[in-house]
Design a protein around this ligand. Structure first.
Ligand code: PMT
Length: 394
């Protein structure tokens, strides 16, 4: 059944992407109501949204309503979900400061629906200290932030501040409209490979793309969890509404995990952490003609999962991943005993359609009581199944 989606538009050129999102949501059968600030009307016409959604567009707080109702309250109550996109620095500042001086800010203050905010602005404005403080205030209050992307900005600058495309806005809305069975829980997820440098241009790493960990973070956030994702280097877009911490080396990942895990109810470690690193880092690029690098000595990296298991409280759930090939069940049972997470997810990496870098995955979930087989499916569906199991455990 179609949902009532409230779109708030503030003054930014990215408003054209929101128009495309409004059109897509309407075509999917949702009832889209648009509220624009006066500055938004300088960038795009209310008529655009009216034509695309088939609903009247509201701008003015005091224009007479069709029938008697308090306009901002009725719009606020009607929304199943609210998205403000683009959200300017000024508008985010108003929300953070509790100012409600126009129709849109008044509605946001009054609504009990989930509110997604998609900031869009110049990189220097985005990095401004007061803006970042305002953004953290919104995050603390439970607003879901659709993080801006990096790239070419309409003002001619390169950097962070570009609003994601319409497709991403739609995906964020739809994912927040699904079940919220992980509402109120805090998740920590690790993803991707680590990179262990040898000199300024060379490193040791592995083929992890980060897809599995990102899918887990994305689905957990979509089901209502507050998710922190600690990621090694990947080419993936950060999932909407997830707090992302980027790291490179295993030791950096360990530091970030140990700093973050204490207040999380669920810790999922899907990263492929390098077990070893080059023992010596060469400050300068190693020259070929020196012909002196016949062997690379390695040093063992810390085992992050073991460190968390030893430090965590009993009620915190620790989920490990294991990548195995050949006799995977046997090896996985052994790893489950040795590393002793609460839940161990095993994936077979001997085939190209699962495990490292694949779009799909298959494997087993060990919970101590059962060994549940997960047949081949997309990493998103695989992530959903892992989360279902965690939900049962909870
Ligand atoms: O990123 P993708 O391309 O989507 O691929 C997904 C994946 C195959 C990388 C993922 O599904 C997976 O299996 N991740 C764990 C891979 C791995 O390193 O397994 P392992 O058996 O070496 O480690 C077991 C567990 O200990 C893992 O939870 C790992 O995060 C953790 N570990 C490992 C080494 C180390 N030094 N510290 C750790 O915490």
């Amino acid at each position: 059944m179609g949902k009532n989606i409230l779109l708030g538009i503030t003054g930014g050129i990215a408003a054209y992407k929101t128009a495309a999102a409004a059109s897509a949501l309407t075509k999917q059968g949702h009832n889209v109501f648009t509220v624009m600030t006066e500055s938004a009307c300088e960038f795009i016409s209310p008529l655009t949204f009216q034509s695309l959604t088939g609903n009247p567009v509201e701008v003015d707080m005091f224009s007479p309503p069709d029938r008697f109702e308090v306009k901002h309250i009725s719009l606020a109550d009607r929304a199943d979900i609210t998205l403000v996109a683009p959200a300017t620095g000024n508008f985010i500042g108003k929300l953070a400061g509790g100012i409600a001086d126009d129709l849109l800010s008044t509605i946001i203050m009054a609504t009990r629906s989930k509110v997604l905010i998609a900031p869009a602005m110049n990189v220097n404005m985005y990095e401004d200290v007061s803006f970042q403080r305002n953004l953290s205030i919104l995050k603390e209050r439970g607003y879901q932030i659709i993080e801006p992307e990096s790239g070419y900005l309409a003002c001619g600058y390169e950097g962070t501040g570009r609003m994601p495309e319409a497709e991403m806005l739609v995906k964020s809305i739809l994912s927040h409209l699904t079940i919220s069975d992980l509402d109120g829980l805090k998740f920590l997820v690790t993803a991707g490979p680590t990179r262990e440098p040898l000199d300024p241009v060379r490193f040791m790493s592995n083929y992890s793309s980060g897809r599995m960990g990102y899918a887990l973070a994305d689905r957990a956030a979509a089901r209502g969890a507050e998710v922190t994702l600690i990621s090694g280097p990947t080419a993936l877009k950060p999932p909407a509404g997830v707090r992302l911490i980027r790291v490179e080396q295993a030791r950096e990942m360990q530091e970030a995990v140990l700093e973050e895990f204490a207040d999380k109810q669920v810790i999922i470690m899907a990263a492929a952490v390098a077990d070893y690193r080059p023992a010596d880092y060469h400050e300068e690029k190693i020259k070929k003609q020196e012909n002196n690098l016949k062997q690379i000595s390695l040093k063992q990296n810390p085992d992050i999962l073991t460190a968390v298991r030893e430090a965590k409280a009993k009620e915190q759930i620790l989920v490990g991943f294991a990548a195995e090939s050949g006799r995977i069940l046997e090896k996985a049972r052994d790893k489950y005993q040795r590393k002793a997470p609460d839940i161990l997810v095993v994936n077979d990496i001997s085939r190209s359609d699962r495990g490292f870098a694949a779009e799909t995955n298959a494997g087993f979930i060990f919970t101590g009581e059962e060994e549940l087989e997960l047949t081949l499916r997309s990493k998103t569906k695989f992530a959903e199944a892992v989360l279902d199991e965690i939900k049962d455990w909870l």
